[in-house]
Structures are given as structure tokens and as C-alpha cells.
Design a protein around this ligand. Structure first.
Ligand code: ATP
Ligand code: MG
Length: 205
């Protein structure tokens, strides 16, 4: 009984010592991180959760009174649930004027639609009053060569220094990843679609 108690006490002390070390290391890192700047965040990979995470970040900013804007480079055939909420609280939206690019065959028309959405993005990337900008599914515009990579990189580099930008989409170009400050890859461990579950309103869009 006494043995058990002293063993428990030793375990608790070891745990405390370990936690103190962790805390000291975290505190040191926090003290070192002093830079404030606009962060370029990339959410890429093949798993579910990129666009929703992007909108989550937008919502967080709006909750703190920040000015947010969204450009969606692939307009699905479904209404966007987040848009219905965020436009009501003053978030500016621009949505590319065609359906899924992989459903359309008309390269000329898609390029024009991509370019007119990109021109809106470029304006927002020069607007100091915009605190945070979501460029949803922009990665495809670069991989389909609808928008020139160099043009995207230049606009991102020259944006206001405090402006946060979030880019979502699969297969993000290496050069954009290199320019980014934070890059997260969403990995599909499972997806309900593979078991025949369709995209459902209020969950997938
Ligand atoms: P979400 O909008 O749910 O955050 P996402 O932005 O990560 O998803 P996209 O690559 O933009 O995913 O895909 C758009 C649609 O495809 C969404 O309806 C999403 O639920 C679905 N989807 C995402 N990942 C997969 C997958 N691995 N297999 C099948 N469908 C997927
Ligand atoms: Mg998406």
C-alpha cells in the first residue's frame, strides 16, 4: 500500500518535471516569435477539409472585426453555404463564372472566366484595407495554365505586408509553396465518397 503510494508520487513528480521542461521550451519559442506580418497560407492535398478550413480562417477574422474577401476559382453546380452566411456580414465575394473546369471543354471560355476572377483577386491583393483574402481553388488555375504562375507570384509578393492570404486546392505549384509561410497538406485517410456516399448539402457544400 505504502509502496504503491510512493510509486504514484514518483510518477506524478516525473510527470511534473517533464511538463515543466515542455513548458520552458514552448515559452522560449513563444518569446522568440515576435514578427507580425501577413501570412501566406496554403491548404493543399487530396483529403477533405481545405476549403472549409479556409472559410474557418475567414470567419475567425470576421469575428475580430477584420475585413475579409473571397475569390472562388471553381464554381460548383451547388450553392456555397459559407457564402450565404459571410456575405451577410460584409465579406466581399467574387465567383468565377463557369462550372467545374473539368466539366467544361471550352478552353477559351474557361481562360476568360479565370482571368476575370483573377483580375478581381489582383485588385484585392493591392487593397490595404483587406486584412484577409481567400483564393479558393486557385491552384487549378495555375496547373491548367489559365493564369500565369509568374503573375500569381508577383501579385502575392507585392501585396500589402500585413495582408493574410489563403490559397486552397490540390497539387499546389512548388513555386507557390516556396513563397508561402505556412503550408498544410490534408491527407485522405478515408473518404465517404469511396463508399458511394454522395456530396450532401450542408456538409460538402
Ligand atoms: P471541403 O470543401 O469539404 O473542405 P476540400 O476543399 O478539401 O473539401 P476539394 O478538393 O475542393 O475538397 O473537393 C471539392 C468536393 O470534393 C467537396 O465536396 C469535397 O467534399 C469532395 N472531396 C474532397 N476530398 C475528396 C476525396 N478525397 N474523395 C472524394 N471527394 C472528395
Ligand atoms: Mg475545396
Amino acid at each position: 500500500m505504502a509502496d504503491q503510494q510512493s510509486s504514484d508520487r514518483r510518477k506524478a513528480e516525473r510527470h511534473k518535471a517533464r511538463q515543466q521542461k515542455v513548458k520552458a521550451a514552448v515559452d522560449a519559442k513563444i518569446a522568440k516569435a515576435q514578427i507580425e506580418k501577413g501570412v501566406l497560407l496554403i491548404l493543399t492535398g487530396n483529403g477533405k477539409g481545405k476549403t472549409t478550413a479556409g472559410f474557418g480562417n475567414i470567419t475567425r477574422a470576421v469575428g475580430h472585426g477584420k475585413k475579409a474577401a473571397v475569390v472562388q476559382f471553381i464554381k460548383g453546380n451547388w450553392p456555397c453555404g459559407e457564402r450565404a452566411v459571410l456575405e451577410k456580414v460584409g465579406v466581399e465575394f467574387h465567383v468565377m463564372a463557369t462550372g467545374f473546369t473539368w466539366e467544361t471543354q471550352d478552353k477559351e471560355k474557361d481562360t476568360q472566366a479565370a482571368m476575370s476572377a483573377w483580375l478581381e483577386a489582383e485588385k484585392l491583393l493591392q487593397d490595404e484595407t483587406v486584412d484577409i483574402l481567400l483564393l479558393d481553388e486557385l491552384t487549378y488555375m495555375v496547373s491548367y495554365h489559365y493564369i500565369e504562375l509568374e503573375r500569381v507570384l508577383t501579385a502575392l509578393r507585392n501585396r500589402p505586408p500585413m495582408q493574410h492570404v489563403i490559397i486552397t486546392g490540390r497539387a499546389c505549384h512548388r513555386a507557390i509553396i516556396e513563397l508561402a509561410d505556412t503550408v498544410s497538406e490534408v491527407q485522405p485517410i478515408k473518404h465517404a465518397f469511396d463508399d458511394g456516399v454522395k456530396a450532401q448539402l450542408g456538409f460538402d457544400y
